[in-house]
Design a binder for this molecule. Structure first.
Ligand SMILES: Cc1cc2nc3c(=O)[nH]c(=O)nc-3n(C[C@H](O)[C@H](O)[C@H](O)COP(=O)(O)OP(=O)(O)OC[C@H]3O[C@@H](n4cnc5c(N)ncnc54)[C@H](O)[C@@H]3O)c2cc1C
Length: 473
């Protein structure tokens, strides 16, 4: 970034001192007591594996569509402890990780994908209202900001493509952007008034779990599925404390190794870090402008995303998407002082008026990155099992759509959704180690260099573009 000089090391160090290494959203008094683990053997119509947003949507949608269908959800740890409770809470209508990615891959399908995405976001809002889920859902819109001259041109292109699909997008000058949110680093902006809501993701998880249970879903936490076996017209899910015999199963296991082994090469876990400040004072809050409370992201390859919370904290994440050799998912990766410091420096460089504000929370989570940046679906065991994963950092909203498609597939329904090329095709798989790590490192470095070189992509990135592959968060 070419912003004004960052706050001094000492100031950043003291802002970070005492930050809790817990996701802000999970550090809440309203966190429900865990549901008991499975003990013994169960027979059900549908088993759902994974207690994040994907699994919860699958369970709730299945139970609501067919009351009386016996549905069980098995979560290996606790509901929402992984990506679903660690994200930025941007609930986007995009099913394609943004318009540009969708246009590059499925230009012909984009009108349908955009419409289905808008319907999906409406349906999320409707479900939240219908079940009285108190998760701060707010149609905030999004402001994408240019912090490098080349990004101003990129935003103009995105604005044109967005309008080409009949959707509103307002291109803003530097002054107009700063009148919306006041940062000296902004060179321009693009305001998309529809298509993004902000949400407290953990409260959404807990609310969906309560709604699912009210609809008859049985939930077991602390119950890791170790294998799924074919038993003729059913499947048996094995766990350390019991088994589940199910007619059908849906897997929403995200960045974790899929029980369907052949899906594993399609996803790598990418660690993304987030900071949250203490609640801002009225004066600090006013110094930002930001009256519309939009979700904000900058337009680089390595990008920050940030937003305000109901209690006026600033949540600030992104930029340094990290992959560790061997697809490491170890808990120790959730803390990385060098990244936390860099994020805090960027925060204070973007908003120098917040000098002296303390960071209350610093955390990280694993994103299920695939090489095309959108969900993909897989089937196994004679079609009795369907899996969805690969949301690549934009799954808060898309997880509901992903779950709907997985239910279509596992129930043998042919729908407009299942006819999509996005649904019928898979991303290019990642190679095994050590090529995987080396390839991702070269790509990360190339993306960082492109950000520094006016957005120009080197030969490596251009080759990946031609192969329909990439690395993102
Ligand atoms: C730091 C960060 C910021 C993000 N920001 C945004 C954002 O602002 N907007 C956005 O749209 N997206 C964002 N994302 C992505 C988004 O959080 C996810 O796409 C979304 O939550 C999808 O959740 P999921 O249910 O598929 O995965 P998860 O929430 O990871 O849930 C998967 C669950 O499956 C369980 N599981 C795995 N294997 C097994 C097994 N064998 N048996 C039982 N259980 C198992 C895990 O324990 C886990 O709870 C972000 C992600 C991260 C990490």
């Amino acid at each position: 970034m070419t912003e004004p000089a960052p706050a001094s090391d000492d100031a950043v160090g003291s802002a970070l001192a005492g930050a809790r290494n817990v996701p802000l959203w999970l550090d809440a008094a309203g966190r429900p007591a865990p549901r008991p683990a499975l003990v013994g053997d169960l027979t059900v119509d549908l088993a759902v594996v994974g207690g994040g947003l994907t699994g919860l949507w699958a369970a709730l949608l299945a139970a609501e569509a067919e009351p009386g269908r016996r549905v069980v959800l098995l979560e290996g740890a606790s509901l929402g402890w992984a990506a679903s409770g660690r994200n930025g809470g941007f609930c986007s209508s995009s099913l394609t990780h943004g318009l540009a990615n969708g246009m590059a891959r499925w230009p012909g399908e984009m009108p349908a994908l955009q419409r289905m995405g808008a319907e999906n976001l409406d349906a999320i809002e409707d479900t939240i209202a219908r079940h009285g889920i108190d998760c701060g859902f707010r149609r905030s819109g999004e402001l994408i900001v240019a912090v490098q001259p080349w990004q101003v041109d990129d935003l103009a292109e995105v604005a044109e493509a967005t309008r080409g699909l009949g959707e509103p997008a307002e291109l803003l000058s530097a002054e107009e952007t700063r009148a919306v949110v006041d940062s000296p680093t902004y060179l321009g902006g693009l305001r998309e008034p529809h298509g993004t809501a902000l949400v407290d993701p953990a409260r959404l998880v807990w609310g969906l779990a309560a709604a699912a249970m009210a609809a008859g879903v049985e939930i077991h936490e602390g119950t890791r599925v170790t294998a799924v076996r074919d038993e003729g017209d059913r499947v048996r899910l094995l766990t350390p404390s019991g088994t589940v015999l199910a007619r059908r199963a849906v897997l929403g296991t995200s960045a974790f190794p899929s029980p369907l082994r052949r899906l594993r090469p399609f996803v790598v876990p990418v660690w993304d870090h987030v900071l949250a400040t203490e609640p801002l004072t009225a004066e600090q809050r006013a110094s930002l402008g930001w009256k519309g409370g939009e979700g904000v992201a900058d337009a680089g390859n390595q990008f920050h995303y940030y937003r305000l919370t109901d209690d006026d904290r600033l949540v600030w994440g992104g930029y340094d998407a990290l992959y560790y050799f061997g697809s490491d998912l170890g808990a120790r990766r959730a803390r990385r002082p060098v990244t936390e410091r860099m994020l805090a420096e960027h925060l204070f460089a973007t908003f120098p008026q917040l000098a002296g504000v303390r960071i209350s929370h610093a955390w990280a989570g694993a994103i299920d990155t695939c090489s095309r940046f959108t969900a993909f679906w897989g089937r196994g065991l004679g079609g009795k099992v369907a899996a969805v994963q690969g949301f690549t950092g934009l799954g808060v909203g898309a997880s509901r759509f992903g779950a709907l498609v997985a239910l279509d597939l596992v129930d043998g329904r042919e729908t407009e959704r299942t006819r999509l090329r996005m649904v019928r095709t898979k991303p290019v798989p990642f190679p095994p180690e050590p090529l995987r790590w080396a390839g991702i490192e070269v790509t990360r470095r190339s993306l960082a260099r492109a950000d520094e070189a006016g957005g120009r992509r080197n030969l490596w990135l251009r080759t990946l573009d031609r192969l329909g592959m990439g690395f993102d968060s």
